[in-house]
Design a protein around this ligand. Structure first.
Ligand code: ADP
Ligand code: ADP
Ligand code: MG
Length: 457
């Protein structure tokens, strides 16, 4: 087992990893930028090391400083959380060559899934259905036109290195294809330092269904059921739940079996998430895999009773999966998560500043994962997620009732948050009935805001 884990992240996920380490009896090292000096991970970790100025490129993305911090403090493993370096294969490799265990899958697998066009090909070979699309990265506008003509409009242009919903454009017809292609390439270059894009058939009203998997270093793989993450704005998740109201036991078994077989073929180890789109006819298509802990992992924790971050740590230490998860695990009850982001609810622009009033909901079936508090200052430099409100119940109705009353009592004043939009969604008859798809949130948005480019009807 590890003696000390360095957490290469900030905010709620840094605190989440500290919790798991404390329960396992493992010491922790927090790292922080100058903007994060007065944060809870710094306070609750056993040690804390300043790794640089506020800008992520100089701190949380600065590999030499992170490795030095681990070496100076004698950490023998690094947990990357999500975002930042969590899906950076080079970082995972540098950790390994420095004799530090990277808590995640092997660098080869991270690299493969980080090239989303290559992942499509490899996962097809491993038995997962994918959407019609380009064979690989598009080299010219002519090639894009030929592929789009073959698969039919509308088409989705996607960044090969994409994440966080960026670098994506919907091309409704040939006239607009070339311009949108350029826009997607430009955005991808800006966001990911890589302009590669590929094409996929655009699905008009899909649900986003993803499977949580765990694999060990001895060839065993299992899945922990699905999450429905269809409530999104600008291709980013806003609400997630497990199980999905749209997935029957039969479909869960069919998708789950394919997922496990594909991951076994790949030799996947540690925690990961396989994302699918489910169309209105019930067909499902692999879109990507995230080779890390997911923001929405708590909903799976609440329906399985497992601590996924502890499992990640134990799997990275070489523990066998069958000693951590019993076979034929069933989902129990229902769980829902609202991502509370510090954003202007009208424009979705990040809202930085000092929190004035702060009250957390609680009571039976309510969990809040957050690292903010009254008087905390939200810096403008990072992701806008400030809290995750998760409720559980014996069924969906009870989980929803708890979410409704928890949102009423969740008070954050001084900055803008997404709490008002979550309250609206929780009062919507279609949402309450489980009838929603990835375009559901559009109806709650002011006319001009929301989507990045026109969506065909
Ligand atoms: P999840 O399903 O875990 O929420 P997201 O795609 O929303 O997955 O990403 C989680 C976090 O990681 C967000 O903060 C997002 O901005 C960030 N992120 C995801 N992919 C990348 C990437 N390729 N580069 C930088 N940040 C990323
Ligand atoms: P990211 O890496 O940014 O998370 P994904 O490939 O997971 O990108 O897609 C994010 C979201 O974008 C999906 O959940 C879905 O809402 C939308 N999306 C992606 N591909 C398609 C597609 N081919 N058709 C329709 N919507 C799509
Ligand atoms: Mg995704």
């Amino acid at each position: 087992m590890f003696n000390k884990i360095l957490i290469a992240n900030r905010g709620e996920i840094a605190l989440r990893v500290i919790n798991a380490c404390k329960e396992l009896g493992v010491k922790t090292v927090a790292v922080y930028s100058e903007a994060d000096r007065h944060t809870l991970p710094v306070r609750f970790a056993d040690q804390a090391v300043c790794i640089g100025p506020p800008r992520a490129a100089e701190s949380y993305l600065n590999v030499p400083r992170l490795i030095s911090a681990a070496e100076i403090t004698g950490a023998d493993a690094i947990h990357p959380g999500y975002g930042f370096l969590s899906e950076n294969a080079n970082f995972a490799e540098v950790c390994e060559t420095s004799g530090i265990t990277f808590i995640g899958p092997s660098p080869d697998i991270i690299r493969l899934m980080g090239e989303k066009d290559r992942a499509r090909r490899e996962m097809t070979a491993a038995g997962l259905p994918v959407l019609p699309g380009s064979e690989g990265v598009l080299r010219t506008p002519e090639e894009a036109r030929a592929v789009a003509a073959r698969i039919g409009y509308p088409v989705m242009i996607k960044a090969a290195a994409g994440g966080g919903g960026r670098g994506m454009r919907i091309a409704p017809n040939e006239a607009e294809l070339a311009g949108l292609l350029q826009a997607a390439q430009h955005e991808s270059q800006q966001a990911f330092g890589n302009a590669d894009v590929y094409l996929e058939k655009y699905i008009a009203r899909p649900r986003h269904i993803e499977f949580q998997v765990l694999g060990d270093k001895h060839g065993q793989v299992t899945h922990l059921g699905e999450r429905d993450c269809s409530v999104q704005r600008r291709h980013q998740k806003l609400i997630e739940e497990s199980p999905s109201p749209a997935v029957s036991e039969q479909v869960r078994q069919e998708m789950g079996a394919k997922v496990v077989a594909a991951m076994q073929a790949l030799g996947y180890n540690n925690a990961g998430t396989i994302e699918f789109l489910l169309d209105e006819e019930g067909n499902f298509y692999f879109i990507e895999m995230n080779t890390r802990i997911q923001v929405e992992h708590p909903v799976t924790e609440l329906v399985t009773g497992l601590d996924l971050v502890k499992k990640q740590i134990l799997l990275a230490a070489g523990v066998k999966l069958d000693t951590l998860v019993r076979p034929n695990l069933r989902l129990r009850g229902h769980a829902i998560e609202c991502r509370i982001v510090a954003e202007d609810p009208e424009t979705f622009k990040p809202s930085a500043g000092r929190i004035a009033t702060f009250h957390l909901p609680g009571g039976t079936g309510v969990r809040v994962d957050t690292a903010v508090y009254a008087e905390a200052v939200i810096p403008p430099y990072y992701d806008s997620l400030i809290a995750k409100l998760i409720t559980q119940g014996k069924d969906r109705r009870e989980a929803l009732a708890r979410m409704g009353r928890a949102l009423e009592m969740f008070v954050i004043e001084g900055i803008h948050t997404s709490i008002p939009i979550h309250r609206q969604i929780l009062a919507d008859p279609d949402f309450l009935a489980g009838r929603y798809d990835t375009r559901f949130v559009e109806r709650f948005l002011p006319a001009a805001a929301g989507l990045r480019n026109a969506v065909p009807a």
